[in-house]
Ligand binder design. Structure first.
Ligand SMILES: Cc1cc2nc3c(=O)[nH]c(=O)nc-3n(C[C@H](O)[C@H](O)[C@H](O)COP(=O)(O)OP(=O)(O)OC[C@H]3O[C@@H](n4cnc5c(N)ncnc54)[C@H](O)[C@@H]3O)c2cc1C
Length: 430
């Protein structure tokens, strides 16, 4: 009810509405607010809230600095990460990659994070830059018919308008579902089953913060130390395997841990400290990422696979690129930077997809897990593990060589010793 005589004033049109307060949404909102635009961010949940995706990449460090959160990240709450380790299930073949072996000093360290805390830090940072952050406000529908504005209807009945909307709503991709032309990714129909544990043994010293990936015959584990005490442990396996094995997800996780010598060994005194979570259908891409009044960023634009821990990095990098393109659109009416954003992001996803598809093939793993120093492969691998995916021309030679050697390995097995995958433990079966 309005005071008598006072005419109802609709809320003034904002420049930008961002849907979703994960790393993609917070980053886009902060950067656009810093460029002088009025920004409202609508987040369905109240933070802190649980999210998976706990291992960050060092090539995000420059963006953390620009957002003004680098010091808070380094202040001690988050676990430093200096590299990653890959092992076969029996523990016989093991390789460690360190970021300081090939990268500039500012990329020598990244972080393992509890996402609830990390995402909250980024969201508070957005608010402190003037973003109108509204938690507990889910978006129910969007009208994009007028190319110069977007009308957003919230689940609470409120209606908001903006000149532009950024969809950072994660894999639900509320705008993308309508306009993005979604496709699943052949060969990546996986399921992830994961939980948090105390008392998991970890490597000594600086390597204690490494991501550890244990590769089985037909599945893989991640072990990510998110605090000094807590380890995130997850199993990734073909979705059909869970359907056909007759076990619950929790049983499959427990049985596969017990049947994998290395994981069983480091987890012999482990105590579970959270529920067991399950995520499936996480691999997909959107073909169209931009239009005159919208852009998709982060998982809303696509997510491939968790193996190289690229999700948060891609969410934040895409948000950064999109923010620049949206600025051009709003100031000069230009669509070209938005189209360039779409092309650049799709190319980076293509590059990761090549590595991800490779990871599920024996010849790739044989080269990847036994890289000969004289081939220069360590540099390529460390680059990929660090997030060097928006690479400059000069890095392309290394990638081409890597995949040539993988082909030679498949053909003749002449690049690295064959690994007897059939003797490696598999995901538990009954
Ligand atoms: C099994 C698994 C393991 C992973 N491991 C890693 C890893 O180690 N490292 C890594 O970097 N990434 C990892 N990822 C990927 C990572 O989880 C995502 O890429 C990352 O969270 C994407 O960030 P985002 O901001 O795009 O989306 P999200 O983090 O999903 O944030 C989206 C936000 O939008 C909100 N939202 C959704 N719908 C609406 C709506 N209608 N209205 C308002 N708000 C809405 C949600 O509540 C959420 O807060 C993993 C993913 C999976 C599935």
């Amino acid at each position: 009810m309005h005071a008598q005589g006072a005419a109802f004033q609709p809320p003034p049109m904002k420049d930008v509405i961002v849907i979703g307060g994960g790393p993609g949404g917070s980053t886009a909102a902060t950067l656009l607010a810093r460029k002088g635009f009025s920004v409202t961010l609508l987040e369905r949940e109240r933070f802190p809230r649980f999210q998976i995706g706990e291992s960050l990449l060092p090539y995000n460090n420059d963006l953390f600095a620009r957002l003004g959160v680098a010091d808070q990240l380094a202040a001690g709450e988050f676990h430093p990460k200096y590299g990653a380790e890959f092992l076969t299930g029996d523990g016989e073949i093991r390789v460690r990659f360190h970021f300081d072996s090939n990268l500039e000093e500012r990329y020598h360290r990244s972080f393992q994070v509890e996402r609830a805390e990390f995402d909250h830090l980024l969201l508070r940072n957005a608010a402190s830059h003037g973003v109108d952050v509204r938690e507990g406000t889910g978006v129910a529908s969007i009208d994009l018919d007028d190319p110069n504005r977007a009308v957003v209807k919230c689940a609470n009945g409120e209606q908001l308008e903006a000149r532009f909307v950024i969809d950072a709503s994660g894999h639900g991709s509320i705008v993308g579902q309508r306009v993005g032309m979604k496709s699943d990714i052949e060969g990546l129909k996986k399921i992830a089953i994961f939980s948090h544990y105390r008392n998991v043994q970890r490597p000594e010293g600086r390597d204690a913060g490494n991501t550890v990936i244990v590769v089985l015959r037909d599945a893989w584990f991640w072990l990510i130390p998110i605090t000094a005490e807590v380890m995130s442990v997850g199993l990734v396996v073909d979705k059909d395997h869970l359907k056909s094995c007759g076990l619950t997800a929790e049983e499959l996780l427990a049985r596969t841990i017990d049947g994998s010598p290395h994981v069983a060994n480091v987890m012999q005194s482990a105590e579970r400290t959270s529920q067991v979570y399950v995520r499936k259908d996480f691999s997909f891409r959107m073909k169209r990422l931009v239009g005159p009044n919208y852009a998709l960023v982060g998982d809303a634009a696509g997510f491939l696979d968790p193996i190289f821990s690229t999700g948060v990095f891609m969410a934040m990098q895409s948000a950064d690129m999109a923010a620049t393109a949206v600025e051009a659109r709003l100031r000069h009416g230009s669509m070209r930077p938005l189209r360039r954003y779409q092309g650049t992001l799709q190319k980076a996803l293509d590059k990761y997809l090549r590595f991800i598809n490779g990871f599920y093939r024996p010849e790739f793993l044989e080269v990847f897990m036994q890289p000969r120093p004289n081939h220069g492969l360590v540099k390529v691998i460390v680059g990929i593990l660090a997030g060097n995916v928006f690479a400059r021309r000069r890095d392309r030679g290394g990638l081409a060589l890597f995949f040539l050697l993988v082909r030679l390995q498949k053909w003749r097995g002449m690049i690295a010793p064959r690994i007897e995958w059939e003797r490696q433990p598999g995901a538990a079966s009954v």
